[in-house]
Design a binder for this molecule. Structure first.
Ligand code: SAM
Length: 263
């Protein structure tokens, strides 16, 4: 069995893989925004003229959804270049050429001459469909949150989703078993931390970190964000069969950018 730890190169290669590109491109073309996403986007980003940043845009499912809702100052990026290419071509097809698509890593939004990542440039940020949790290593996820903090203005909202290890009795039972594996050192050696999963299905290979609620609250506080809202998707809206087939239950999180970073 492969024992090398999963890192960002693994995740990027998995998202650039043909199976994954087809999966996310189809969702961008055919599925669009979930009901729950639309509801929370309209609630937390009421001003459609404001500059928004979407991290982990993939093939543009959410980006084009935002455009269709009337948001006009959109910058979207992803570190999987094959997906960014798909997002650009969908935007061209839908006459949404004003959207800026960039190839970038959320943990490294470098400021400097010729770079688009000036301090406090955006008035809101989104990291939808669990993209933040696909960054291996808690320190790296916190880095991404700090980078988003830097490029967003004070008071800017951040909306993202995660899975939740505590969301149901079944999840809790499965994670108790996983705890035992970690105690005995019998976990998948490629995993970085407890809570990680790495699996393969018809849509390709997926790395995902599943946090508990406390972990996310701590990560927000440590990276300059104030928690404002969280709820499971089923509490926000009833989704269509197509959306439920595409994506499991998740927890939505909203936070607001603090003035500064914690000391
Ligand atoms: C589950 S996909 C969601 C794609 C799209 N937002 C959607 O909802 O269809 C997560 C996305 O996050 C991107 N991603 C993961 N880690 C990233 C990072 N460090 N920097 C930029 N993008 C990242 C992946 O390449 C992938 O496109």
């Amino acid at each position: 069995m492969e024992t090398r730890k999963i890192d960002s190169a693994t995740v990027r290669a998995d998202f650039n893989d043909l199976l994954s590109v087809v999966h996310y491109t189809r969702a961008a073309h055919e599925l669009g925004l979930w009901q729950s996403e639309r509801r929370l986007i309209e609630r937390f980003f009421p001003d459609r003229a404001t500059p928004l940043l979407e991290a982990g845009c993939g093939a543009g499912r959410v980006t084009l959804g935002l455009w269709e809702l009337g948001y006009r100052h959109l910058t979207a990026f992803d570190f999987a270049e094959e997906l960014v290419d798909q997002a650009r071509s969908l935007a061209a097809e839908r006459q949404a050429g004003a959207i800026t698509f960039l190839h970038a890593d959320a943990t490294r939004l470098l400021a400097g001459p010729g770079q688009p990542w000036d301090d406090e440039r955006f008035r809101g940020a989104l990291f939808m469909f669990n993209g933040l949790m696909q960054i291996p290593g808690r320190a790296h996820r916190r880095n991404a949150l700090r980078q988003l903090h830097r490029v967003c203005a004070p008071g800017a909202p951040l909306l993202f989703t995660t899975h939740d290890r505590d969301s149901s009795p079944t999840e809790r039972a499965l994670w108790r078993l996983e705890t035992l594996r970690w105690v005995r050192g019998e976990q998948d050696p490629r995993l970085v931390e407890f809570g990680d999963r790495y699996f393969e299905d018809e849509t390709g290979r997926t790395f995902m970190h599943l946090p508990d609620r406390k972990e996310i609250l701590e990560d927000l506080a440590a990276t300059g964000w104030s928690h404002t809202f969280d709820a499971m998707r089923t509490e926000v809206a009833r989704e269509s069969r197509a959306v439920r087939d595409f994506s499991d239950e998740c927890r939505f999180w909203a936070a607001r950018r603090n003035e500064g970073l914690p000391a």
